[in-house]
Design a protein around this ligand. Structure first.
Ligand SMILES: Nc1ncnc2c1ncn2[C@@H]1O[C@H](COP(=O)(O)OP(=O)(O)O)[C@@H](O)[C@H]1O
Ligand SMILES: [Mg+2]
Length: 241
């Protein structure tokens, strides 16, 4: 492609046209232009999804397709697997809570939904709760809490993995509570936990704080329970046979 055409593409912010111009089959002008621009758009969306996935900082590379649905996942009456995977809960600022014993696929499902959300153009953040609380305590001590909170302005979905594995300090609990209050009815949360709500006071020492937090989190929430044996154990056993 000549340099004038390159310059025009740049001005029009067509990032890919220059590279793909020779690869699009030509039948007639209209078809050619449509195919070319269609491909430009497609590549742009792919690049955006990649950027969003990087920013989300998932721990695992697995996607939603890796998740095998079974009877082990119990849904509340008003939603099913298909609707969940269509991600309407994000636009509605609703929460999804995945509870159940270790190894039952909660993190995998949370990650899969998060990756799909990125592919659909949503801003997502993935945190292990204990890491988030450590960060909160650090930025608070450094006087940068507000700066940290501002980082979530454009975020649509926040995944909090492993709520309840490690109890926090009183300060940590309060900081997390503040953050979750900020997000209330503004963002969507996916929370995974090995604890039933009745046991959340084990994480938050202060029972008033626990009650207030549970209240905010479960208002507008879809609560899925994961039952049965650990997938890791079952698969380790079946491989041995
Ligand atoms: N339903 C499932 N389909 C496919 N893989 C699964 C499923 N459930 C669990 N796994 C796999 O088993 C392991 C444990 O799952 P994980 O999501 O970490 O469990 P949890 O977060 O509930 O402790 C992971 O390697 C995960 O990919
Ligand atoms: Mg997990």
């Amino acid at each position: 492609m000549n340099s004038e055409l390159k310059r025009i593409c740049k001005t029009l912010r067509l990032a890919y046209v220059a590279d793909i111009v020779d690869t699009i089959p030509f039948e007639n002008p209209e078809q050619y232009l449509e195919s070319l621009l269609h491909r430009e758009l497609q590549l742009r969306e792919e690049a955006k999804a990649e950027r969003l996935i990087k920013k989300a900082r998932f721990f695992s590379k697995k996607t939603l397709e890796a998740f095998q649905w079974s009877e082990q996942v119990r849904f509340p009456p008003h939603i099913d697997a298909k609707e969940l995977c269509e991600l309407h809960f994000i636009n509605q600022h609703e929460n999804v809570i995945l509870t159940g014993s270790p190894g039952t696929g909660k993190t995998l499902l949370a990650t899969g939904l998060g990756r799909k959300a990125c592919q659909n153009g949503y801003e997502v953040r993935f945190y292990r709760v204990s890491d988030l609380v450590d960060t909160l305590e650090r930025v608070w001590k450094e006087g940068k809490l507000q700066q940290f909170r501002n980082k979530f302005k454009k975020v649509d979905l926040i995944i909090l993995d492993e709520m309840g594995y490690i109890p926090f300090s009183k300060d940590g609990a309060e900081l997390l509570f503040q953050l979750i209050s900020d997000w209330y009815e503004q963002k969507s949360l996916i929370i995974t936990s090995n604890l039933e709500f009745s046991q959340w006071n084990r994480i938050f020492v202060d029972s008033r704080l626990t009650a207030a937090l549970v209240d905010r989190v479960i208002h507008h929430a879809h609560i899925l329970s994961f039952t049965g044996d650990s997938y890791r154990v079952t698969h380790a056993l079946s491989r041995q046979k």
